[in-house]
Design a binder for this molecule. Structure first.
Ligand SMILES: [Zn+2]
Length: 187
């Protein structure tokens, strides 16, 4: 397991324009670990999600996107998807559901782009990582920490693969039940 250290980028401060905002600590959010950036000049503070490109960070974003997308598909199907075609209004309602379910992602992305990256700083020994240290945490926090160590597309496709496997296994069990047990396997 790699140690999770704070984001090593430097960012532009929205308040005073200083280009050397750095993150020295991280904090756990609902499903992810975020970096706390502080401006050395005006002490302005902001909590930003992990970056979504690159090999690390942003796994939680990918997972949220996949879960939000699946939830939208299911709900829109239940609510108005019984006919063969979606009307324009139903398509708009579906899009609205998707935006609603995934709104935390858009907020995170919005926040990230409000603080443009200006460079990278050197890692120092005081960089704290124990907040996200997998050895010290319970299963939920371990999961969050693992999410934090992968990138967004891995998180996204991980969920899709897990759901596909789950549905596949459920279908297989149903088929075995129907074919070999005359639909009596579960009473
Ligand atoms: Zn500032």
């Amino acid at each position: 397991m790699t140690k999770h250290v704070p984001d090593l980028t430097t960012r532009n401060c929205r308040k005073c324009g200083n280009s050397q905002m750095v993150s020295l600590t991280r904090q756990r959010d609902f499903l992810s670990v975020k970096s706390v950036f502080k401006c050395p000049k005006c002490a302005h503070k902001v909590v930003l999600a992990s970056k979504i490109t690159g090999r690390q960070g942003g796994g939680a974003l990918g997972v949220s996107l996949a879960v939000g997308g699946l939830a939208t598909l299911m709900l829109s199907y239940i609510l108005w998807g019984h006919q063969n075609e979606y009307s324009a209004i139903e398509a708009i309602k579906t899009l609205f559901l998707f935006v609603l379910f995934t709104s935390p992602i858009w907020w995170d992305l919005f926040q990230i782009q409000r603080y443009p990256v200006t460079g990278k700083r050197e890692k120092v020994s005081t960089d704290r990582h124990n907040e996200a240290d997998p050895q010290l945490q319970d299963p939920l926090q371990k999961g969050i920490s693992i999410l934090d160590g992968i990138n967004a597309s891995k998180g996204f496709f991980g969920i899709l693969i897990a759901v596909t496997l789950f549905l596949g296994i459920a279908a297989l069990i149903g088929w075995i039940n129907f074919t070999y047990f005359d639909d009596n396997l579960f009473g």
